[in-house]
Design a protein around this ligand. Sequence first.
Ligand SMILES: [Zn+2]
Length: 136
Amino acid sequence: MNILLAVINFVFRVLQTLGLFRADLSSRVTDRMPLDSDVKEGELVIVENNGLQKWACLKCPGGCGLKIALSLNFERRPRWRVCRDWIGRPSIEPSIHQKNACQCHFWIRRGQIQWCPDGHRRLHRPAMPTTGPIPR
Ligand SMILES: [Zn+2]
């Protein structure tokens, strides 16, 4: 099974290199929550344990570079659903909306980042002030 996945991954990368399948994100499955540094740009890491999908992790495509961890657990809210096509391109439902300074809002469909009108990629957005009075 792992050999099959490796072959599919290889074929995908070749096709991608040839420009036949444009994708912003590929995907891989692991059984442990990845460290922030283990999540590379351009990949979605699906954490799966005993046949249950737990988390989907990716680097925020909005420019802030934070790791986004989406719960796939049925018993939690909010939760997301992820599926992959035959070459590993992920789709996620519903959309992903970052509530931090980044404010990006996007869909992932067949490995493509699709920006919502209110959530474009924002680079070099000023950080939230960290000093000053705490609002009550
Ligand atoms: Zn961001």
